[in-house]
Design a protein around this ligand. Sequence first.
Ligand code: ZN
Length: 457
Amino acid sequence: MIETLRSFVDAAGLLTGPDIGERYLNTRGHSQAGAPLCVVRPTSTAQVSAILKACHAAGQTVVAQGGMTGLVGGGAPRGGEVVLSLERMNQIEEFDPEGRTLTAQAGVILQTAHEYCEERGFMLPLDLGARGSATIGGVISTNAGGVRVIRYGMMRESVLGLEVVMADGTVISALNKMLKNNAGYDLKHMFIGSEGTLGIVTRAVCRLRANPKSVNTAFASLPTFEDTVAFLGYLESELGGALGSFEVMWGAYDAFVRATCPSLRPPLPAGQAFYVLLETLGTDPEADPERLQEILAAAMEKGLITDAAVAQSEQQRAAFWAVRENAGEGFRKLGPMFSYDVSMPIRAMGDFATRVKSGVDAAYSNATTLVLGHMGDGNLHVVAAVGIGGAEAHSKVNDIVYGVIRDLGGSISAEHGIGVEKKNYLAWSRTPEEIALMRTLKSTLDPKGILNPGKVL
Ligand code: ZN
């Protein structure tokens, strides 16, 4: 098998044994049955096709890898597979300013695509903390979300066309560039978010938007969860579609950041029940900052918020976002921790946070439970540290968090996917009929089960 694959690629295209670096082995703490057979790093769709055709004929399992920033082990090898890394398919192939599209290979780094578009007055809206490593193919395969979903949707909404290599090596070239195309089933959606289990994304046509001419960022504090819901509704009606982000942090998270991250500077006084980081994307650099100030002043008069601060410079804006995105220093001090990505109706979020915290506290003394997230998208992240790590504690905390989600009719995965991490809980968010249809799709598209086995289903 290795010699066959070697014949398809150049000398740098195949790694075995000790040459397989840590990058390809990242299991995110999940157990691994053994080392991968090899790592193959193609540079073209034709090579990917040849590799899959050979693997399919031999019944050889394959794990596709992008930037390896996923959080549920979707790209982690479990032993014996061919790791197919798309990292060398990193060319931006075409930019169309009239059609507002970018055609890129799967291995293009998200930040590279951002910078390329921005220099030309456009934006690829999908943005997330891992932008410096995550790849176009990876964010498509996982249907990633991030911090601008409230305005532009998840990655799915920014994909117009896809090229996918099927399990048997067949290339499905559906590099559609049109906003409208109802000629039969829209096949790309079958692969977006399928985590490498139905086909391997090699190229994509991404939908671009005009770059916002003004970005304004503010922090607000609020006394109750109901006020954050009302504040979101108020902003949406006052801003006429300009709201780009609405990130909520429970007071415990703010206190945690102050206690453990000396480099972070929360802009508002401590001790409030809720904090919101919001950002507007507008068209008028002169009037937009003033308009936001007025809206926030009015919200304060109405008693929706207790305090607000608007970033006055790009440096302040970065400092505001750092409070939300860069608490890693504090998380490391927590010791072993379990993190969650869940979604639910917005009105249920207050109840969710209260029930998860009391559930964890009842099971473990001295536990820390922190809640924050993309509230406008119905998506929360939870960090729970209970003093110990290991599979037993992990599954006990999983049962608490996902149990509340099941009761509330939410989803066990909002934007991170299922991978191996959440596989055992899929039935807590999907009906038996839904899972049966997923299995039908899987067995139809990948009858030998060679694509990313053991993931998702
Ligand atoms: Zn997130």
